[in-house]
Design a protein around this ligand. Structure first.
Ligand code: IDP
Length: 162
């Protein structure tokens, strides 16, 4: 049987990374993908979509009551999103560090938000904030058949079993 999200080979994790509409409009998709590839993570799912209000209300279920939610919804539906699932050891924590904090003013240069954005309401990219959150979000954004289990030939160069 095909492996599911909860049983990735080698104990690796998966996370949801999404280039938000501002990142797509500003043509940063390639550079964002490049950072995850270059770090050594494995791309297992990728699609461009127009996110619906329903998907976003589930994705941001902890924020729907916030006063800024209507603006967040407007932003996130203002154009296409590029959603990706990346796999690798500690990918959730590592990708949060690569993306930087929610408010780009606090983001270090070298992070996606620190290099490409200036404002919390236009912070270019989403990254899941926990392993459990990633599993929930991946199931929301992707169907099982859209996620590929494949062997990346450089695995033994990227990881060391010890
Ligand atoms: P995260 O994207 O860094 O995980 P969350 O707190 O989950 O941060 O918020 C989701 C998104 O909602 C943020 O990336 C940002 O675009 C938006 N957001 C969060 N807090 C605020 C706020 O105080 N004002 C406006 N937008 C916000």
């Amino acid at each position: 049987p095909r492996r599911t999200q909860s049983s990735v080979a080698g104990g690796a994790e998966r996370t949801l990374i999404a280039v938000k509409p501002d990142g797509v409009q500003r043509r940063h998709v390639g550079q964002i993908i490049q950072r995850f590839e270059q770090r050594g993570f494995k791309l297992v799912g990728l699609k461009m979509l127009q996110a619906s209000d329903g998907l976003l209300s589930q994705h941001y279920c902890q924020l729907v009551q916030k006063p800024f939610y209507p603006n967040l919804l407007h932003y996130m539906t203002s154009g296409p999103v590029v959603a990706m699932v990346w796999e690798g050891q500690n990918v959730v924590q590592s990708s949060r560090r690569m993306v930087g904090p929610t408010n780009p003013v606090e983001a270090q240069p070298g992070t996606v938000r620190g290099d490409f954005s200036l404002h919390t309401s236009r912070n270019v990219v989403h990254a899941s904030d926990s392993v459990e959150g990633a599993q929930r979000e991946i199931q929301l954004w992707f169907e099982g058949k859209e996620l590929l289990n494949w062997d990346c030939f450089d695995h033994s160069l990227t990881y060391k079993e010890d």
